[in-house]
Design a protein around this ligand. Structure first.
Ligand SMILES: [Zn+2]
Length: 371
């Protein structure tokens, strides 16, 4: 081997070694670079996909998901069990916890159902209540005799309030036991809010906890006060009288445009009051009626327009959207016995009225009543 040859061999081995090192280095670098590139692309794609996903706001579960095994297959095939009962037994209704009576003074029923002025009341009657447009008030068809009959369950000859010419100023109060008395006997909070001075006659001392009787008030004033009472005190039994329809009937004529505007105002006032009952709505028995109708500029002339009134009831166990039969007619003095029956309270045996049982579901009320 000559020197040149030795030299050539040395150069060859150095080159070989260098080549091996270079290839190894490049391979490692390429692998490392590739992994980095692949990884970063993946991450980038993932964050893009997350950003576009409509579910990106779903919370990340922090707890181990529970696995439901309620349909775990049975170890062995079994026969279907015999049903123990084909129908769930119906439960009697819970008795009302509140009673609200709303009197729309001088409201003719056809002002509700034949016009478009009372959409709320009409809808309430037709979808949530039992109702009739052919109920009858007393004779004379006047405010105080009618309110007295409504509250006591007696016809005029029995309670003896034959006209409006009695007032608190003369120290005259209703002597007959009314729904206010019955409510107080059961320690219920009672309230009377009215837009007509003469109705203070109904507020016998000791049986009405809150009484607000305006000399003359529009329906919103009465509604505002009522809402304050409901908000601050709540109520067991409450009577509200919205008088503006009667005022407009006397001033402008029944079914005149101003009268119908008062009807629309009454409709809004009722909606306003019922809207604040909130959770109590389901446990409140509500009666919406009128003391009388009217024709021309007056009422109490024994005409059908004077004596025919709306009568709507909603609440626990009341049929929904049920038009009561026109015979036998609902009379205004049926209101008190019907309310007493729903509450499970004693009805005076000499009551002139009857319980409007047909307004309620057959199942009736639970025997566990309000004590
Ligand atoms: Zn009147």
């Amino acid at each position: 081997m000559n020197r040149r040859s030795t030299s050539s061999n040395t150069i060859f081995y150095i080159f070989l070694a260098a080549t091996i090192m270079l290839v190894s280095l490049l391979g490692a670098t390429a692998y490392s670079l590739g992994a980095q590139l692949f990884g970063s692309w993946n991450a980038s794609k993932t964050s893009e996909a997350l950003a576009e996903s409509p579910h990106r706001d779903l919370p990340i579960p922090t707890e181990t998901p529970t696995i439901f095994i309620d349909h775990a297959p049975a170890e062995t095939a079994t026969e279907f069990p015999e049903p123990t009962s084909t129908l769930t037994p119906a439960t009697p209704c819970q008795r009302p916890e509140h009673v609200l009576v709303i009197v729309l003074d001088g409201m003719r029923p056809d002002a509700i159902w034949r016009t478009s002025k009372a959409p709320y009341i009409l809808d309430l009657a037709r979808h949530q209540g039992a109702y009739t447009w052919y109920a009858q008030t007393v004779n004379p068809s006047k405010t105080l005799p009618a309110h007295t009959s409504l509250l006591t369950g007696y016809d005029v000859p029995i309670h003896g309030v034959t006209g409006n010419d009695v007032s608190k100023d003369e120290g005259a109060y209703l002597k007959t036991k009314s729904l206010f008395h019955f409510a107080k006997e059961h320690n219920w909070f009672t309230a009377l809010v009215a837009g007509k001075k003469k109705l203070s006659f109904l507020g016998q001392p000791g049986v009405v906890d809150v009484q607000q009787v305006y000399k003359e008030a529009d329906n919103f004033t009465v509604a505002e006060y009522t809402i304050q009472v409901i908000g601050m005190k709540g109520f067991g039994f409450m009577l509200i009288n919205f008088s503006f329809t009667d005022a407009m009937g006397h001033a402008e004529g029944w079914m005149s445009d101003p009268y119908l505007e008062a009807v629309a105002q009454a409709d809004q006032a009722v909606r306003y009051v019922l809207s604040v009952l909130n959770d109590h709505l389901e446990t409140t028995l509500i009666v919406i009626t009128a003391d009388h109708g009217g024709l021309g500029y007056t009422h109490s002339l024994n005409r059908p327009e004077d004596e025919t009134i709306p009568w709507i009831i909603t609440g626990p166990c009341v049929k929904e959207g049920f038009e009561l039969p026109s015979e036998p007619r609902v009379r205004i003095f049926d209101t008190a016995p019907t309310i007493l029956w729903a509450l499970g309270w004693e009805i005076p045996p000499d009551s002139s009225g009857r319980v409007i049982r047909e307004a309620f579901e057959e199942i009736g009320f639970s025997e566990v009543g309000t004590p």
